[in-house]
Design a protein around this ligand. Structure first.
Ligand SMILES: [Zn+2]
Ligand SMILES: [Zn+2]
Length: 374
């Protein structure tokens, strides 16, 4: 609020400005910064709102007196915000501001009217839809095709979206002549002003359907169940999304359909841990194998492979199998698989095994319980 500009300054006025001067300054500021003339210009929009807010206070003698005496604190900030927003709607129409200038709506009908019509009944993109799909660890790694059934808004197949029964056509609305917009008159601080709004006769569509399509009852679209076969790329990961362009809800007024976003959940594997494109497994082996070296079988996505464990391998040692990971969805390059050795201590030994191990310990000078020694 600290950087808020003084209301007089906003409208380029002196403190003692007359009502007429305020009106004139407001109309100039509103015209110069009207959003319809500066589409997408945030600065102009901000100046336009600022002018509306200043005018809402300065045009009201009561509020103006309080503002003169107490500044912004004298004007309820909620009121100011509300007036800003309300002013935007109420005085927002270009018709209001240019109306008296050009002597009526007809003089500039093509101006504001055109823009309005587009925003009300022009092409609108359909909504995008979301659906969750759970796949197995292997399906994610290799890619797969899955059927997904969704309910979506489709263009009515019977009338191809026109909303009219076969052999009939919509009538152009006589009240708005197809624009979907009508001009209404209203009292404002400048006198009787004209503004445009949606046509009540046709609901803003610009068309009247006398014989509605029996399938969609004139709506032009229908809710339908649709079964889609979705291709899931190899390497997709839990939480990622597959987008199907144009498979969401149908658009309106000739606009494109939305997308279908398939959110993928991947079931965990009992064998593999995955991080990005890399896989991690644990390989159990006996300490004898690790001490003497061995060739062990390790599971990979493509089946078991043999891995040479050199003699003297410690528990927790990690071996890398290059290219045995998961492909990247983007590059197709496969990650690696990392094998962590987990040494097992032998249990349930036979008498002979125990004797041999005791001899081994004796040779190494290691102390044992020796209770198996006979
Ligand atoms: Zn239909
Ligand atoms: Zn109409």
């Amino acid at each position: 609020m600290a950087d808020k500009r003084d209301y007089y300054e906003v409208l380029g006025l002196q403190k003692g400005a007359t009502e007429d001067e305020i009106k004139k300054a407001y109309r100039q500021a509103a015209k110069a910064n009207h959003p319809d003339l500066h589409p997408g210009d945030k600065e102009a929009e901000a100046r336009f709102k600022e002018a509306n807010e200043a005018y809402a206070v300065l045009s009201d003698p009561d509020k103006r007196a309080k503002y003169d005496q107490f500044g912004f604190a004298g004007v309820d900030p909620n009121f100011a915000a509300g007036a800003g927003a309300g002013g935007f709607e109420g005085f927002g129409d270009l018709g209001d501001i240019f109306g008296d200038l050009f002597g009526g709506f007809g003089g500039f009908g093509g101006f504001g009217g055109q823009g309005r019509q587009q925003s009300r009944s022009g092409p609108r993109r359909g909504e995008s839809l979301r659906v969750r799909l759970t796949i197995s660890f292997e399906e994610a790694a290799f890619g797969c095709k899955k059927d997904v059934t969704i309910t979506r808004v489709d263009q009515c197949p019977a009338c191809k979206g026109s909303g009219c029964a076969a052999g009939t056509a919509p009538e152009t609305c006589p009240d708005c002549r197809g624009t979907g917009t009508v001009v209404t008159q209203r009292r404002t601080p400048f006198g009787v002003m004209q503004s445009s709004g949606p046509c009540p006769k046709c609901g803003g569509s610009g068309r009247i359907i006398h014989s509605p399509c029996p399938t969609c009852r004139g709506a032009g679209n229908v809710r339908a169940q649709k079964k889609l076969n979705v291709s899931i790329p190899a390497g997709i990961d839990d939480g990622e999304t597959v987008s199907l362009r144009g498979q969401g809800n149908a658009g309106s007024g000739g606009g494109p359909a939305g997308d279908l976003l398939v959110l993928i959940a991947v079931r965990p594997s009992p064998t593999f841990q995955r991080e990005g494109s890399n896989l991690y497994v644990t390989a159990d082996m006996s300490f004898v194998q690790a001490a003497l070296g061995a060739e062990i079988q390790v599971p990979t996505l493509e089946g078991p492979v043999s891995l040479n464990i050199p003699e003297g391998t410690q528990t927790g040692s990690v071996f890398r199998l290059r290219g045995k990971g998961v492909p990247s969805v983007r590059t197709g390059l496969k990650g690696d698989q990392f094998v962590t050795v987990n040494l097992q201590t032998p249990k349930n030994l036979s008498r002979k095994q125990k004797e041999l191990l005791q001899q081994f310990a004796d040779l190494a000078g290691e102390k044992t319980k020796k209770k198996h020694r006979l």
